[in-house]
Design a protein around this ligand. Sequence first.
Ligand code: CAA
Ligand code: NAD
Length: 307
Amino acid sequence: MNKLVGITRNFSSSATQNAIKTVTVIGGGLMGSGIAQVAAQAGQNVVLIDAYPEQLEKAQKSIQGNLTRVAKKQYKDDTGKIESFVKESFGRIQMSTKVEDGVKSDLIVEAIVEKLDVKQELFNKLDQLAPAHTILATNTSSISINEIGAGIKRKDRYGGLHFFNPVPVMRLLEVIKGDHISEETYQAMMAWGKSVGKTCITCKDTPGFVVNRLLGPYSAEALRMYERGDASKEDIDIGMKLGAGYPMGPFELADYTGLDTNKFALQVMYEKTGNPVFKPIPLLDRMVAEGKLGIKSGEGFYKYNKK
Ligand code: CAA
Ligand code: NAD
């Protein structure tokens, strides 16, 4: 593991012309490891932080594996180039279990557990510890970014950077504007998104932002269709892949994203909008209660070999 035994790297004391050159990602799970990877691949120095060392070990393996995929595509059979690409990119990532080790970066992206109070506590701490120029961002998929950042003072240097799973593959980044974000911060976030290879779109702080707000009703209606017995889950998946050109059907996607994540996102959108399309779905509630969360638990709508 690239451990942080005191950072020797030079962190800029102010973001020159607002360009983001150093990035800290907090949360080394599925999303955080992907975000750290794309930033390192783009030549940026990254600090990846997770509260649990075993999560950092997992992140290391997954980042190295995914960097190798990228390198193989780029350099075909040139093993020397593949190895040096992986080594150099991974070498730009430092890892630590302490938030204090990552507070000096130009940008800090939070990708920890989807719980409002835990996120608020982290942002309040970051606001106190980080230098004035540091931009803070959350990768939340369903919580209001204004609520997450309610306790911070630098509201002008705060926003949402919503990536999609799997981060190295999905080309979109939603840049979410909080109520008090400055134009300068917004432009710096858009430019950073581009620098890590993403196409950026902008959205206000609304429930589900753009993509999840539209995926929610689609996913909910698929679940209800299956619950009613209108069609099998296999046929619904085939239908959407072959009839609508989607890369995965709604049940494959729910298993991929996680049924607990799906349930939580629908719940938040129902609470915030009152739109009955987001109403709780008994089948989904039952599966989550039984621990059938999708790929990560080994079973969701389909069965998987647990990693
Ligand atoms: N890291 C790096 N590269 C990866 C990867 C990963 N984790 N997973 C797949 N890839 C690459 C592969 O190397 C392959 O590249 P090439 O085609 O250039 O060789 C390519 O992606 C396709 O992979 P596979 O052939 O293994 O598998 P696939 O064709 O079935 O694609 C998929 C896999 C990219 C996940 C595709 O099924 C897909 O796009 N699914 C939909 C995913 C989606 O909708 N994500 C958004 C979910 S919503 C969200 O994230 C927001 C939220 O808040 C919850
Ligand atoms: P995950 O469970 O894979 O990873 C979360 C990581 O955060 C874990 O490694 C955990 O150890 C760590 N963590 C938790 N609390 C922490 C703390 N206080 N300090 C440091 N580390 C802490 O979750 P994920 O799927 O990567 O999701 C992370 C965030 O990204 C969530 O807000 C989620 O809503 C959002 N998101 C998820 C997806 C998705 O498809 N999974 C897509 C877009 C956005």
